[in-house]
Design a protein around this ligand. Structure first.
Ligand code: CMP
Length: 159
């Protein structure tokens, strides 16, 4: 177990479909802690860096123009094992195959319009957080809920 933070984007389709509140509520109810959030229009340079692993893919251009077509909601969530926990809540890439109960499984039918991005690894998370947030846009605070979300020995890892 490791306390970590992860980057999440509500993509343009999530914004258009009015799912921002629903998505945030799922992370809150799980017990994750929100440590940064903003609405932002991603530049072509930011998107090239963000999606560097997809540079050679046929959908790279379309993906970048879709993601840059309107603002996204960028968030950073923190918790023990936050990266895999959030990936599980988000579900697999292809919306129509994603597990029922996950965000994509419940709300998406598409591969590209899959509502949300979540960091795949801790290394990706650190890179993605850096692309989107300045240090003074991330917050450290104690949450009143932590003592009921985690057992005492797990709380030690949050320090
Ligand atoms: P995500 O996993 O957040 O990051 C890469 C994104 O590329 C993925 O979500 C989809 O939105 C998009 N994507 C993946 N595969 C395809 C594809 N075959 N066609 C179009 N978009 C895709």
């Amino acid at each position: 177990m490791k306390t970590s933070r992860t980057a999440v984007l509500v993509k343009p389709d999530g914004l258009q479909r009015g799912l921002i509140g629903e998505i945030i509520a799922r992370f809150e109810r799980k017990g994750l802690k929100l440590i940064g959030m903003k609405m932002v229009s991603l530049t072509d340079a930011q998107l090239s860096e963000w999606y560097q692993e997809h540079k050679a893919k046929s959908f790279f251009g379309d993906l970048k123009s879709f993601m840059g077509s309107m603002p996204v909601i960028a968030m950073v969530w923190e918790g023990i094992d936050a990266v895999p926990v959030v990936r599980k809540l988000v579900g697999t890439t292809l919306g129509r195959e994603a597990e029922a109960g996950s965000i994509r499984g419940d709300f998406s039918m598409s591969q590209q319009y899959n509502l949300i991005h979540a960091s795949a690894t801790s290394e990706d998370a650190e890179r993605e957080v850096e692309i989107l947030f300045n240090v003074d846009e991330l917050f450290s605070y104690s949450s009143a809920l932590e003592t009921v979300v985690y057992a005492k020995e797990e709380m030690e890892q949050l320090k």
